[in-house]
Design a protein around this ligand. Structure first.
Ligand code: COA
Length: 160
């Protein structure tokens, strides 16, 4: 059984994340979406539990996806899930450079293989940071965030 991990901060999840998750689920037997922490980023707006709940809501119709959280190193989490394959999404050449550094380190640390998915053209300009800014500015997120969670995400950010 081919299991893959799709890790990220997902603060909040977007259509771009959902697209990658759906594509991964059509290739692998099992996809584990893993909500983690990037220590370089500012504290997240949504708690880990909230992000897990948002991701569960938008992926509930895809039977071979599960959503969990993790702390510590990705290589250790992957080993605990008995897989050595992760997916990362590439939007731009900048993503490629950053991801390649991480991928090489994860390979060295724990023999973790990273598979790149190229983000679909219509999602290439989307990022969680931009989504947060757009909502804070009072614009709805209909084009960027799945409808089941749009209201929750908008209300949280707009009131901040
Ligand atoms: N469509 C649109 N945007 C996408 C996307 C897609 N398909 N996939 C990712 N993005 C965006 C995200 O929204 C995010 O935007 P933001 O920076 O504005 O928040 C950005 O691309 C990349 O973020 P994300 O995918 O969440 O990854 P990350 O670089 O924050 O890494 C972890 C998060 C948890 C995977 C990483 O920090 C990690 O592995 N942490 C554990 C500790 C560890 O092992 N570190 C590595 C040691 S080598």
């Amino acid at each position: 059984m081919k299991k893959v991990i799709y890790p990220g901060t997902f603060d909040p999840p977007t259509f771009g994340h959902l697209d990658i998750a759906q594509r991964a689920a059509s290739i692998f037997d099992s996809v584990v979406i893993a909500v983690g922490t990037n220590v370089v980023k500012k504290p997240s707006i949504f708690t880990v539990e909230e992000r897990v709940a948002l991701l569960k809501t938008i992926t509930k119709k895809i039977p071979n996806i599960e959503v969990v959280s993790f702390s510590g190193l990705l290589v250790d989490f992957a080993s605990s899930m008995k897989t050595h394959t992760v997916i990362r999404a590439i939007r731009t050449i900048m993503d490629f450079e950053y991801e390649t550094m991480q991928a090489q380190m994860n390979k060295t640390l724990g023999n973790l293989e990273t598979i790149y998915f190229v983000v679909g053209e219509k999602y290439r300009q989307v990022s969680s940071t931009l989504v947060r800014e757009i909502a804070r500015g009072g614009k709805r997120l209909t084009a960027f965030v799945p409808p089941e969670i749009e209201e929750t995400v908008y209300q949280r950010l707009f009131s901040k």
